[in-house]
Design a protein around this ligand. Structure first.
Ligand code: G6P
Length: 586
């Protein structure tokens, strides 16, 4: 979602802001802008479209500005257009914002100034300017008492041209410490070119940055010292490394990512060394998007092997369903970013009711990681492509390891430990997936079907395909098809049938025959030597593997299929329309 970059130092702020915004493009956005401060004036440049469009305007920017803020906007209040793009100005205040000001309407009615844009952000700027009497900190502390909702703000005051202010609540923002220069950013990749040293801002904290100094305050105005952290990711991780797209690179990084995740939690033939679990109630897995699909796999695996009841729920539903929870339950929140607004809210709800929480998170130090009682990190490394690949697979692997731990079945771990080499072999099937993508690229709609873990896999395969190819796709539990959806099957309707689960093979096969009899074109994903004669038009075969490994191997095949379909259709693979990598608003 929105990306924020801010700079104060001795270098040309505009270059640093543009460079940082480019590194944040992966978050998903529809307009971009920067504000440059110098000598008591602030110039704003902004437009709809990509950072490259904005860059073209900057020839007219002031010669020297050493302090500024930049923003990529993912529209919430008001359509994507120049007027609604950030930064927003109100009097002497200029700011950028990530989040949603929920009491915008009341504030709008209360403030006696007419905003220019349709955004909630401009209302925050007007509020700040109204409260500003020459003391920025007082104005900020007063403003945050009035603002409801979520916000990460980067703020400039016209008469303080060398100081950058930042505050966050329920939206991510970090502060980068350089040498004679300092930064704010939504995420680490924007900083890496300049510094590895950064601070995390806690809820409601305010940071004041000059080129020499960074000062932190709690929301009630107390100055605090903070621990400086060192980013471990390397610069290359935010580059494509010879691949045409980040998604292709990240698909190919999966053997390594899975290896790193497995070795973190399976050491010396011991699963989760030092970790104890005593779950008397239900495990409730809560997540959004692909992380939810990983949760479906987790439910399947834990119930099957450990015989502990598990639910998998969508966070945006869970948080408003007044869930019936017990202190004997365990809430597992899964998230790549650790910042997804609904997932964070679900975690807070569980904590408020005294239920133990565990976060499975990829981004170190993210909100979920900091707030959960326990954290297990997936070791996927930075993921840039909006459509998740390696983080999803690592989530699934981690859940399978957890299932085996809960089942006290350490023997089966050898299979999971062998997954990286299995995934290497799956990746060799790229050309086959490309050929199938050419065949399916003209489809207007298609169906994914499967049972058990193949149903979870169908959900993820279908989401992956639709989010980047824009082909309408639905995932169905194979046995459910005949309760309505089969009426949509006609001559040539593509159906992707997942038959990687040997226990359910014959049952799913019957469903495949049912759609075939009605004219479907069937692509089957299955294991070696599966008998599909006369039923499947095309077959993608997994390398030899057990049912335990099949969902991860299958996911990689379906990612390749989705990737090549999107490429064939000429889509923006890494930044699909309307989507954001990190969904920090509900
Ligand atoms: C967005 C991303 C998805 C992701 C979902 C949940 O929709 O595009 O790929 O699965 O958010 O994100 P999280 O960071 O919580 O895993």
């Amino acid at each position: 979602m929105c990306g924020i970059m801010g700079y104060t130092g001795d270098r040309d702020a505009k270059d640093i802001l543009i460079g940082g915004l480019k590194k944040l493009e992966y978050r998903g956005y529809d307009s971009a802008g920067i504000a440059l401060a110098a000598d008591g004036t602030i110039e704003i440049f902004k437009d709809e479209g990509k950072v490259a469009v904005l860059e073209k305007q900057l020839d007219q920017a002031m010669e020297i500005s050493k302090t500024g803020i930049g923003h990529t906007r993912w529209a919430t209040h008001g359509v994507p257009c120049k007027k609604n793009a950030h930064p927003h100005r109100a009097g002497r205040v200029v700011l950028v914002h990530n989040g949603i000001i929920e009491n915008e309407k009341e504030l709008r009615a209360e403030l006696d100034r007419q905003p220019i844009s349709d955004t909630d952000t401009e209302i925050a700027a007007i509020l700040l300017d109204t409260l500003y009497n020459g003391d920025p900190l007082t104005a900020i502390f007063q403003a945050i008492k009035r603002l409801e909702g979520s916000y990460a703000l980067g703020i400039l005051f016209e008469d303080q041209p060398q100081t950058l202010y930042a505050v966050r609540k329920d939206s991510p923002l970090i502060v980068g410490r350089g040498n004679g220069e300092n930064f704010i950013a939504s995420d680490i990749p924007a900083l890496l070119e300049h510094t590895r040293q950064y601070y995390l801002l806690n809820e409601g904290e305010v940071a004041v940055l000059t080129k020499e100094r960074i000062t932190f305050f709690t929301a009630d105005g107390q100055q605090v010292n903070k621990e400086v952290l060192t980013a471990e990711q390397d610069l290359q991780s935010a580059e494509k490394g010879g691949y045409a797209h980040f998604m292709a690179k990240e698909i190919h990084e999966q053997p390594e990512a899975v290896q790193a995740t497995v070795s973190r939690y399976y050491k010396d033939h011991t699963l989760f060394p030092g970790e104890e679990f005593n779950i008397q109630g239900t495990i409730r897995i809560v997540a959004c998007g692909s992380a939810y699909h990983a949760g479906l796999l987790g439910k399947y695996a834990i119930e099957k092997w450990a015989r502990i009841p598990v639910t998998a729920e969508i966070a945006s539903e869970f948080r408003y369903n007044d869930p019936i929870l017990s202190k004997e339950d365990l809430i597992i929140v899964i998230s790549q970013s650790g910042e997804t607004a609904d997932s964070v809210a679900a975690l807070r709800l569980a904590k408020a009711r005294g239920v133990p929480t565990l976060a499975i998170v990829n981004v170190w130090g993210s909100t979920l990681a900091r707030e959960a009682d326990r954290v297990f990190y997936t070791a996927a490394g930075p993921e840039i492509s909006v459509a998740t690949t390696k983080a999803y697979t690592c989530q699934a692997v981690l859940l399978y390891l957890l299932a085996l731990k809960l089942a006290e079945n350490e023997l089966a771990c050898e299979k999971i430990a062998a997954l990286p080499s299995l995934l290497e072999r799956v990746l060799e099937q790229g050309e086959q997936c490309r050929a199938l993508a050419q065949k399916f690229k003209q489809a207007h709609r298609l169906f994914f079907i499967g049972r058990g873990q193949d149903h979870a896999l169908a959900c993820e395969g279908s989401l992956k395909l639709k989010e980047i190819s824009y082909i309408h796709s639905e995932a169905y539990a194979a046995g459910e098809l005949k309760h309505g959806t089969i009426s949509l099957i006609e001559e040539g309707t593509p159906v992707i049938a997942l038959l990687t689960d040997r226990e359910r093979f014959s049952k799913t096969l019957s469903n495949v025959k049912e759609v075939k009899a009605r004219g479907a074109t069937v692509l089957a994903v299955t294991y070696e030597n599966a008998d599909l004669a006369g039923v499947a038009d095309d077959i993608l075969t997994l390398p030899p593997c057990s049912d335990l490994e099949a969902p991860m191997a299958g996911a990689v095949l379906l990612q390749l299929f989705a990737y090549y379909t999107a490429v064939e259709r000429g889509n923006d693979v890494d930044q699909p329309r309307n989507l954001a990598k990190s969904v920090t608003v509900e």
